[in-house]
Design a protein around this ligand. Structure first.
Ligand code: GDP
Length: 700
């Protein structure tokens, strides 16, 4: 039947890992007693080792869930005894002073302002000398609150103890023989929850400190009867000898000597229970019978919980099992698929269009700089309209201007700008993936995703932009344009200009509306013109080169119009000027001369520059594709594999999966169901085992 306790202790720890609800609890032995009652000495006597924290004021601050596991001794080999803290992952600890140190550290880690913590320490001890038992060591009841302990300490400890001494636990009430039982806080606490003493064992320590007849009368238990009786011990640990063959044996010998010397009181004829061995045996019996009688109830409770979990699993997840690993794998697959989908935005035509857009803006800038601000530009339109002037008759001035414009465009850093433009696009793409589901739940993974993708880009950008710059180099010296290219460039330039015209008109309309109509705007504009006139005169008079900016003017301007409207008028004038020139150039672009062909490039710089921009975009796109995109698209999925998730260990994988609340709930319920199934299996195997054995009809 010993087998039963061992099994049930295993089941008990499984149940504890499922949840802490009272319904799913198998009994354990809870050790309570006042400070210095000899509680630690008793526990150490049972274990056979000194392992509990000692020292001044070293009160147990956290409950210790002490599980003793009897390991059958292997014949011919030295007995292996060791402890384990499953929650700490320190492995097997064979040095019991190390266990003592660890417990001390864990206790000291509780902030002294809290004094005690409800969070139990899980300690398992494996030894051929221990029985299968679970014991819970609780902070000792404090009699007098000392100066450095908070007022509420006494209360806190009492509350903690109350929580543990509830059913179905067995109470081990430790009392010192030399203290009147009437004053024992342990017995008092037990009486409150177990008035008939049905699940309380009394342990009377320090039997050696009272006359044997007195000791014997305490053990007889007539004054405070306990159904499970009293066991008397002499559990004084002598000195600091953590090895079994010293402390324990010495203590045991002392105890045997003492009870042996008083056989007349404590001999086998007395029917009193004395000695640590007896205590051990008694605890085993009591725990076992208590566990046995809990078996039926716990089996029912587990059955109910299992049915509920099974039902919920079916309803919520349609019985679909997942694992942290499968979630990680799915996440990676989805990430790669999404990435692939997004890369469609980066095919060559798309990239070319993007680059063309950027270059179109550059063309406009160049045109503004070299042509629109030049007062002679209307002449260019006039030449275009005049069929008598042959291309070779056009002033070299215009030829130089066109070459300057073309050079400005080709030498504007196209390699760098176009590479950065595409890189920015890629960065935005990754950012949008990283900020979308499911990465909203995985901020650290998202961070890493962004980091390594930016790193790949950083590595490539330099090379790619140099390559692009190199490949467009020929255009810096010579650009050949054929008829077809010319016509396409001209048409695109017309298109762009028409858009620009429409944009300027919209802006003008908006301003007109804003200032309150066209008459008001004309008024404003002529006022601004007169101001500018005055300003010019003033400047000439003073011969200063200082520029006076709008802000300073506003003081005088504000006499008639609010400064914001003055600014609007200035903008309106700029747009008006821009419109005039655009319309002029549009007419030129649509003229016969411009239509005729590339030999008129000087007269239609817009068409020519558009062709240049197109060639630049085409070449850039081609090399960005090779040097940046292909590399990135190749490397990114591989980096996902090596850096994002696959280098996680088992714990990190679980941690990652659990960041997603939906997955966490799923895993939790699934885990609960699986554990309950396992417990149920174990319980069922026990009941077959028990049907052969005698029932223990102590409690129902
Ligand atoms: P705890 O505070 O309840 O854990 O008590 P300890 O186990 O630390 O014991 C308090 C003191 O009583 C220590 O100095 C022990 O050596 C001593 N002590 C414990 N058991 C006995 C015993 O059976 N006989 C004698 N003489 N002293 C004991």
């Amino acid at each position: 039947l010993m087998h039963l306790t061992k099994k049930l202790i295993e089941i008990r720890s499984m149940l504890l890992s499922i949840d802490q609800s009272d319904a799913l609890k198998l009994p354990s032995i809870v050790v309570i007693g006042s400070q210095s009652s000899g509680k630690s000495s008793v526990l150490e006597a049972i274990v056979g080792h000194e392992f509990l924290p000692k020292g001044n004021n070293m009160v147990t601050r956290r409950p210790i869930e002490l599980t003793l596991i009897h390991t059958p001794p292997s014949p011919g080999k030295e007995a292996v005894e060791y402890g384990e803290f499953p929650a700490l992952g320190l492995g097997k600890i064979t040095d019991f002073s190390h266990i003592q140190q660890t417990l001390t550290d864990l206790n000291l880690a509780v902030p002294s302002s809290d004094a005690v913590s409800n969070d139990p320490i899980d300690l398992r001890i494996y030894s051929p000398y221990v029985p299968d038992l679970t014991l819970i060591d609780l902070p000792g009841y404090v009699q007098i609150a000392s100066m450095d302990q908070p007022e509420t300490l006494k209360e806190k400890i009492a509350t903690l103890c109350d929580k543990y001494i509830r059913e179905p636990n067995i109470i081990l009430a430790v009392c010192a023989a030399d203290v009147d039982l009437a004053n024992s806080p342990a017995l008092r606490a037990s009486r409150k929850v177990d008035p008939l003493g049905l699940r309380t064992i009394g342990v009377i320590t320090k039997m050696d400190l009272v006359p044997p007849d007195h000791g014997a009368s305490i053990l007889a238990g007539n004054r405070y009867p306990l159904h499970l009786g009293y066991v008397g011990v002499v559990a004084k640990a002598s000195g600091k000898h953590p090895k079994r063959d010293s402390t324990a044996v010495v203590a045991q010998r002392g105890e045997n000597d003492f009870f042996g010397a008083h056989k007349d009181y404590f001999g086998s004829s007395s029917s009193l229970m004395v000695g640590t061995d007896t205590l051990r045996r008694r605890l085993m019996e009591v725990l076992e019978s208590s566990m046995a009688s809990s078996l039926h109830g716990i089996t029912n409770a587990v059955q109910l919980e299992l049915e509920e979990a099974t039902y919920q699993f079916k309803v919520q997840y349609n019985d679909r099992s997942i694992s942290a690993e499968s979630y990680v794998a799915e996440t990676v697959d989805a990430l790669k698929a999404r990435f692939k989908e997004f890369t469609a935005q980066f095919r060559k035509p798309q990239v070319r269009a993007k680059l063309k857009g950027m270059l179109d803006e550059k063309v406009m800038d160049v045109l503004e700089q070299l042509y629109w601000l030049d007062k002679r530009v209307p002449e260019l339109g006039a030449i275009a309209e005049d069929p008598k002037i042959k291309p070779e008759d056009v002033e070299p001035f215009w030829r130089h201007k066109l070459e300057a414009a073309s050079s400005l465009l080709t030498k504007s850093g196209v390699g760098r700008d176009s590479t950065l433009l595409v890189a920015d696009g890629l960065r935005a793409l990754i950012d949008s993936i990283a900020t979308g589901e499911p990465f909203t739940y995985h901020p650290r993974a998202a961070e890493r995703l962004i980091q390594f993708s930016h790193m790949i880009l950083r590595d490539r950008i330099g090379v790619a932009s140099d390559q692009v710059e190199n490949c467009i180099k020929p255009y810096k010296y010579e650009i050949e344009v054929d008829e077809r290219e010319w016509e396409a460039g001209r048409a695109r330039a017309v298109d762009l200009f028409e858009k620009e015209v429409a944009m300027c008109e919209t802006k003008l309309r908006d301003i007109r509306k804003k200032v309150g109509g066209s008459r008001r705007l004309s008024g404003l504009m002529s006022y601004v013109k007169s101001l500018e006139e005055k300003e010019r005169e003033k400047k000439q008079r003073r011969l200063t080169v200082d520029t006076t900016d709008d802000e300073e003017d506003s003081a005088t301007e504000s006499y008639r119009y609010p400064p914001a409207q003055i600014l609007d008028a200035r903008h309106a004038m700029l747009y008006g000027d821009r419109l005039n020139i655009l319309k002029l150039r549009l007419a030129a672009l649509k003229s016969k001369r411009c239509r005729a062909g590339p030999e008129n490039d000087v007269l239609c710089p817009e068409a020519f520059l558009n062709v240049v921009a197109d060639k630049l975009a085409y070449t850039s796109a081609m090399f960005i594709n090779i040097e940046l995109l292909d590399q990135f698209f190749y490397q990114f999925p591989r980096e996902i594999d090596s850096r994002l998730l696959y280098d996680l260990d088992r714990n990190e994988i679980v941690e990652f999966a659990r960041e997603n609340p939906a997955v966490r709930s799923h895993l939790d319920l699934q885990g609960r169901k699986e554990k309950l199934e396992e417990v149920m299996k174990q319980l069922n195997s026990l009941s077959t085992l028990r049907s052969d054995a005698q029932p223990t009809p102590r409690r129902q």
